[in-house]
Design a protein around this ligand. Sequence first.
Ligand code: SF4
Length: 100
Amino acid sequence: MIRPDAEQLAAHNRLVSILADLADSGRPAPCVKTPVAEWTSDDPGDQEYVARLCLACFARTACHEYNTNYPEPAGVWAGLTESDRAPRRGRPPKETTDDH
Ligand code: SF4
């Protein structure tokens, strides 16, 4: 198991703090209201279901920023399933230019 570094731990604590503030203000994140097992399920159907719940989350931007900086291999983050976040295979898309 890889231990998070101090920067990642601080970023994670900031996200947890945002989630706590939202819960205190009566706007809990869906992953706080719903059992966390659904967010970490391996079942693609479960992941698609909770990914849709993320769309209503007030912490979605912060969640996305955290997972962009510190990608987690498992679970649903900011409305993105494991499959959504998986690196794409094959050639990168061609870049287009306006000078043709
Ligand atoms: S966007 Fe992030 S914090 Fe909000 S419900 Fe989804 S996983 Fe939880």
